[in-house]
Design a protein around this ligand. Structure first.
Ligand code: HEC
Ligand code: HEC
Length: 217
């Protein structure tokens, strides 16, 4: 290989590497801090051993039905755990498990998972029906754009606004199940029942399309 060819080839690879690094650019410590809540990530890591069995060591789970918690807002994780404790949200496994931790543990564990590198899809959410609903909603059926609240690529509206969970890159199976549960009313713990309202008009095919698209983000 001539020098020139060699330089072109290595040049090409550095461009590819640079692009890949930019696409998965690490978030700054300051940005991550804004979603971490008030707990201790170190304490949370050890207290969350039981949780890691299903949600993964770093909050990236392998089970389609167990949501990733990595990079999720601590205050959202904490709210959901308290909702499982009180029965405002129910799930056979989680309702039982949430009552085994006290509030200090709950806060530390939430902070630990929030401190982790944010969940990331495989980038294959190439679904035009899902994409359109996500970006534009459907005004004729009073479905708002998901992006309005869940943020660009479903990564959250802002680092310090914990009301709207990260959904981009979440497991497809989990997203599908939640949308079905919002639609049926089986899950009803969103503020003012807003998610129930938005999911009500969705068809099965639209739920499938949304879960497909959002899980890829
Ligand atoms: C045996 C598996 C298992 C274990 C262990 C487990 N979880 Fe879960 N967790 C699940 C499943 C499955 C769901 C989905 C519940 C649903 O469909 O509503 C879930 C849901 C959650 C959610 C809701 C996330 C969201 O995006 O709304 C939180 C928060 C959570 N778990 C935290 C924990 C914590 C903290 C622990 C440890 C104390 C724990 N889990 C242990 C299986 C598990
Ligand atoms: C007006 C704001 C708003 C809009 C628009 C919105 N959501 Fe949500 N969504 C929320 C809030 C708030 C929650 C958290 C509910 C809770 O507190 O448990 C949520 C939760 C969810 C969850 C559960 C996440 C988890 O980890 O369990 C899914 C899935 C979801 N939304 C999907 C969608 C989709 C799909 C759309 C578009 C069709 C959409 N949302 C539009 C506010 C919104």
């Amino acid at each position: 290989m001539s020098h020139i060819q060699h330089n072109i080839v290595t040049g090409f690879f550095s461009v590819v590497l640079l692009t890949a690094t930019t696409a998965y650019a690490a978030e700054s410590v300051d940005v991550i801090k804004l979603r971490m809540g008030a707990g201790s990530p170190g304490m949370g890591q050890s207290k969350s051993e039981l949780c890691q069995g299903c949600h993964g060591e770093n909050g990236i789970s392998v089970d389609e039905m167990a949501p990733h918690l990595a990079g999720q807002y601590a205050l959202y994780i904490a709210k959901e755990l308290r909702n499982f404790q009180t029965g405002a949200r129910t799930h056979q496994i989680m309702s039982a498990l949430a009552t085994t931790i006290n509030d200090a543990e709950l806060i530390d564990i939430s902070t630990y998972f929030a401190s982790q590198k944010k969940m990331q899809g495989n980038g294959q959410g190439d679904n035009p029906v899902g994409e359109k609903l996500f970006l534009k909603g459907d005004a004729s059926r009073k479905i708002p754009a998901c992006e309005n609240c869940h943020g660009v690529n479903g990564k959250g509206l802002a680092p310090n606004i914990s009301t709207f969970p990260v959904i981009g890159g979440q497991h497809k199976g989990y997203l599908r199940a939640q949308l079905i549960n919002w639609r049926s009313g089986e899950r009803s713990n969103s503020p003012n029942g807003m998610m129930n309202q938005f999911a009500k008009p969705l068809t099965d095919a639209e739920i499938e399309a949304l879960a497909d698209y959002i899980s890829g983000l």
